[in-house]
Ligand binder design. Sequence first.
Ligand code: CTP
Length: 430
Amino acid sequence: MTNTIQGLKPKLLKVKLSDFLEHLKLPDEALNFIFKAKEVAEKQGKFLYLAGGEVRDFLLKRPSYDVDLVIEGSAADFLEELRRNFVFEVLFSSPFLTYKILLPQTGFVVDLVTARGEVYEDVAALPKVYQATFKEDVLRRDFTINALIYGLSPPYPEMIVDLVSGISDLERSLLRPLHLRSFVDDPTRVFRGIRYKVRFKLNYAEEFYQALYQAIEAQAFLKLSASRLRNELLLFVKREGISSLPRLLSECQGFELFSHSGLEVDGEKLVEGLKTLKEFVEILSPREVEDAFLLILAGFKRENLKRLFFPDSVIDRLIKLYEEFRTNLKALLTLPLIERVLKFDKIDKATLIALSLYLPELKEEIERYLFVYSKVYPELKGGDLKELGIKPGKQLGEILKKLREEKLEGRLKTKDEEIAFVKSLLYSVS
Ligand code: CTP
């Protein structure tokens, strides 16, 4: 391996630093950090470069917001010298020879990593890493289009360095892993590849299929830990957004990736679930969208939920709720409105959306709840009732509930009407 690496002849493309930095949408503090880092690397005779997505995005003329700096040689010595010239804070360093650096004025975070090689001792296990040359650092990566680097200091200052025909693959819109065991080592790369395929409208190179076949043979997807599977699938939503979900998931289905990963997913439900998610997206926070996405994928199946790293206590609660609703559907739908609303109040939005998908009889009711009823509250709050002379306790709770019921049924419109209603209640009690 080492001989072939040493023998690789890089293709070089001169790009002025100012031109390269222009596509990185960075605050001045981060730009100044890069300039200083470049100076220190030059002084120490170390090769410093930007790697990964930002070089690919530069060539694709797309903006990029990350800074992934790589230093060949000891990052610790490099940081020590840099610290004498620039104010920053190391948020944390990891056993993977990576550092997260916080720039205090803007709160911008830069990733600095030591050029490293990786050894995968087990299928789908996290690798052991060791300090290595930039060539090894390039060749440990996932796809040729992500293995491009931009040199900041000698021997390749202000140059894109391409050891793996990444530029030509980008030009031909091809997604090619760097070697055929790539997905056996790290099956998350297949999900990443699908994201790149959809995001940049790429085609899979023949090697993609070959590497995928090897990963399936080695049961790499089954061996992938639940937390990594969950995180990777969440990146579909976090990085690509929900409008890309149908295409991303249909790629996964095409390769039967869910079943290879130990998930039992109903394709039709999934398609319907994504439509449902879209309908609700405007009333959900980003976190709720992620939760709903995972629940739609898992359904209320214990094994699926486990595979997607839901804690046991959450799984128990979800399945109990689903069973309770499933077996009492009729009773639930004939409950007085206020009772139904109070039941739904106790359930988070993501779970309600998943319930509306897997118990379609509830769909309309849950829709009405999420879009309308959940927002209907009386103007009078507990404090107002106290001012009207009601002591805190059971009676106050009951009056609030009655007020909400009247409001839900549309019988109270204004605050004055609410006050009159409360007074009438008090009068009838005394
Ligand atoms: N990488 C890899 N294998 C992985 C994860 C990451 O080889 N399983 C490498 C790739 O070279 C990638 C780089 O680490 O380009 C940085 O990873 P990340 O920030 O996740 O991806 P980006 O390429 O920056 O892509 P995105 O635009 O999705 O952030």
